[in-house]
Design a protein around this ligand. Sequence first.
Ligand code: FEO
Ligand code: CA
Ligand code: CA
Ligand code: CA
Length: 695
Amino acid sequence: DTTVTVNPATLAFTAVSKNLNDVVTVPEGYSVAVLYRLGDPIASTVGVYANDGQDTNFAQRAGDHHDGMSFFGLGATGSAPDANNNTRGMLVLNHENITQAYLHQAGATTVAGRRPEAEAIKEIEAHGVSAIEVTRASGGAWSYVQSSALNRRVTPNTPIVINGPVRGNAQLRTLYSADATAGRGTINNCANGQMPWNTYLTNEENWAGYFRRTAGDAAVRTAAGLAKQNVSLARYGVREGASGNYGWSTVQPSTAGDTRFAKWNATATAGVAADGSADFRNEPFQYGWVVEIDPFNPTAAPRKRTALGRMNHEGCWPGRTIAGTRPAFYMGDDAQNEYIYKFVSNAAWADADASNADRLAIGDKYLDTGTLYVARFNADGSGQWLPLVFGQNGLTSASTVYPFADQADVLINTRLAADVLGATKMNRPEWTAVNPVNGEMYCTLTNNSSRTPATTDAANPRAYTDPKLPQGDVVNADPPTSSQATRGNANGHVIRVRENGDTTEATAFTWDVYAFGSGADLDRTNINLSGLDATNDFSSPDGLWFGRNTNVTGQVAPVLWIQTDDGAYTDVTNCMMLAALPGRVGDGGTRTVNNTLTTAAGVTTTSTTTTRIGAAPGANLKRFLVGPKECEITGITSTPDGRSLFVNIQHPGENGNAGNITSSWPASQTGQGGSSRPRSATIVITKNDGGIVGI
Ligand code: FEO
Ligand code: CA
Ligand code: CA
Ligand code: CA
């Protein structure tokens, strides 16, 4: 066991109240500055963002919907890493999606069934990743360096290399890459991973919705001998009849041979090369991966790390690296009733790799060869990591779930393989985080509108927990259909895992629930199980990150930051961020939860489930920040000393449009809102006395 001296042992700030204001609220004694907004130019030749829908060239501007983010220290000059620099670094962040209505003068248009090319280019380029140089002036203010040669955008058009066991697999052949070794871009990049060898992982989450797949596609594939693909596409949600988010494949390109738009049409062409090398039927198999980027080399092609499986990758966070021990990487698949995974490298960790300048080669070493596992949580508080290895445990061509051909087929169809193994179906697994002091892994389970009393289990023990739907309420349908917010488990929880032997190599673990989301006023027997009060009640946890072990003597408390994407609570408060000083797995004992649902027809369903719960967090969990209107708080990192905390505000005013602006943040932060269109943005939070943020 690792004994930790935490000094001080308390969160030294007064909790922020829930509110619906159009500003970022932080505790007294802290300051907020806006650093990097949608549209901000990242090349010297690009003009100031007008924010009126007429701006272009998003491949050289900040994208939209800022999400997962990491700070990498740079040396005082040049482009080499310096893990201890607190005043100059590369800030790398995801642009998950777009608020389409604000990107154009009067909203998006479609002309004669086609999206205008210029609009689609903006929308595509506003997705992806930014890597920007940031510096802190001697007076303390942060800014990004518009003219830095290190600045980079990765977009859905950027050339990408396919690595790992799936590289070259026939199922990834496309017109763009007939040998299935390359692809274009990455999309719907949600959470992140910061690797100990100074690279950034960006993770493809809700990629399936971007693809058009016209009715009749399944029959064409079946006729071509590709019936297996229909099983796979259905399991991943690439639906027949889908037109594809934003209709990009409808664009008529102005340049002959430009397939950047056609690639979003995953419909198989009848009678044409069944191996997919003449159309884009296989493009969906190129997405759903973890992607590695070298933040210090803006010309290096990102690499898709296929050994880590294919899913709605939320994030990917490394466990502790200990010399001689094989490192692990923890991942959630964010969809209802999906799974939690870990990948364990074949290579044991070598400390020298942390400073190797060939960073993507080190990535090859740790991320291309190893074993992918999926988690099973047992009722007695134990659990297993089940290996997704071809030929083992039913992952063979004889499987009736899906006939696997080889390990690449297992990885392309990770979800189907996990189904075979009987992994535990979780409430939407979002971010993972690892306590740097003891190695325990935390995962947010944000909510699950399909969880019912009949489908609860020890690790997902609550069903109808929404404040607006107390237990036993009679509703119109089972589950009620009026909105996502009033269905199933609306508040979510944070589960945590302690590996047996406290080693990343373990194949078994113990677990408990660190905290259950809930309104403070709800039933403490069956809903508000963690005893939350007005200072720390929350719903739908999503972003999750342990602050770094700082280099400051005596200040080793790793603060756990929890961010929300709140479906159930937005009538009471905007989304928020909380700080926590958590204990350890097993510090709270067991609890029994009763779930009851009575439908309008008078049918009552009940379940009684015993779960494992952490010690009540009390004053060791406090609300630190509340965001502006209609935003999600997601993405967090800091300087190595913990004194500058970077946080992303995603899609403020997301329900509005150019003619009906519902937030004017970030202009509103300084009272300059007026009729400004809202912009996703990165903020920097500092303590006015210069101290470490949060403690
Ligand atoms: Fe992109 Fe699951 O949040
Ligand atoms: Ca998320
Ligand atoms: Ca979410
Ligand atoms: Ca969002």
